[in-house]
Design a protein around this ligand. Structure first.
Ligand SMILES: Nc1ncnc2c1ncn2[C@@H]1O[C@H](COP(=O)(O)OP(=O)(O)OP(=O)(O)O)[C@@H](O)[C@H]1O
Length: 272
């Protein structure tokens, strides 16, 4: 059974569809890169998965628990680290971790909290308030709070924002380690090199619709047939321009562009 399941997810805001019919799964040990242009619906999907907003239609579940019908059971297994973590400015690093432990009902979390603070270079700021931390330090604290209850599903929205090179390496290693231990991870990011570096699967979202969902290797292998460089960046532009080309004037596309569009179309149908 997949750890994270999204089936036919739709979200409409004020009569405007932000996400339309999105379906994907993330299994234990998989790291899914959720990529797409601004406004594609990435944060909307993450917020719906974490139960912060209700879907207009569709089913979202964590470890088999429907996020709407069994929110507590689903959230117990989940960590969501948004791109603008909301911390309590007057609580210290230690107090945030104690609060997270209490919220998730973890007893004897002190040792784990101290280890996480050490791992993310926050041990020396143990008694500092969140309001006195730098942007990157607050991000690290949010990650530590998210990791504390050993979640089975982890959702990151732009996780590298504000992190220094040491923090970036620590976070990437921690994501790989947690996936190896069986966690399912979703990373929403515009940093395609990072996605290419650590993700096992990719979902390209554009105008609220899936353009591709599947293993990164499969996407790149399919794209190689067009004899272009198979970087995720090149594939991203091709995949997200396809819709624009088609909706404006299909016949105006250069012949080689048609070839590329077909390459992405052929991979799109897999696992969607
Ligand atoms: N609370 C809201 N009310 C109305 N419309 C919203 C709301 N939140 C998001 N939207 C709209 O939904 C669409 C998807 O937004 P979303 O934030 O999910 O995109 P995104 O892919 O995360 O973008 P970005 O890369 O810029 O963070 C956008 O058109 C946005 O304007």
């Amino acid at each position: 059974m997949p750890v994270i399941e999204v089936a036919d997810f739709h979200k409409v805001y004020d009569g405007m569809a932000a996400v339309e019919g999105l379906t994907f799964q993330v299994g234990a040990g998989e790291i899914l890169g959720l990529v797409g242009p601004n406004g594609a619906g990435k944060t909307t999907t993450m917020r719906a998965l974490s139960g912060l907003i209700p879907p207009t239609r569709g089913d979202l579940s964590i470890c088999g628990h429907d996020v709407q019908c069994e929110p507590i059971a689903a959230k117990k297994r989940l960590a969501y680290i948004p791109d603008d973590p909301q911390l309590f400015p007057d609580l210290t690093v230690a107090e945030h971790l104690a609060f997270a432990a209490s919220a998730y009902g973890i007893s004897n979390a002190d040792e784990r909290a101290a280890e996480l603070a050490e791992q993310f270079a926050l041990a020396t700021r143990w008694r500092a308030t969140a309001g006195s931390l730098s942007r990157g330090m607050r991000q690290k604290l949010a990650i530590c709070c998210g990791y504390l209850h050993e979640p089975d599903a982890i959702l990151f929205d732009e996780p590298l924002t504000g992190l220094d090179p040491h923090g970036i390496r620590t976070l990437k290693e921690s994501i790989r380690t947690r996936a190896r231990q069986g966690a399912a991870v979703v990373i929403s990011s515009h940093l395609l090199a990072m996605v290419e570096d650590i993700c096992t699967h990719v979902l390209i979202l554009d105008h609220g619709q899936s353009r591709f969902f599947g293993p990164l290797g499969e996407l790149k292998a399919s794209y190689l047939s067009t004899e272009e460089s198979a970087s995720l960046e090149n594939i991203f532009f091709l995949a997200t321009q396809t819709r624009l080309n088609r909706s404006s004037d299909d016949s105006s596309s250069a012949p080689e562009e048609h070839g590329k569009q077909e390459a992405v179309s052929s991979v799109r149908v897999r696992r969607m």
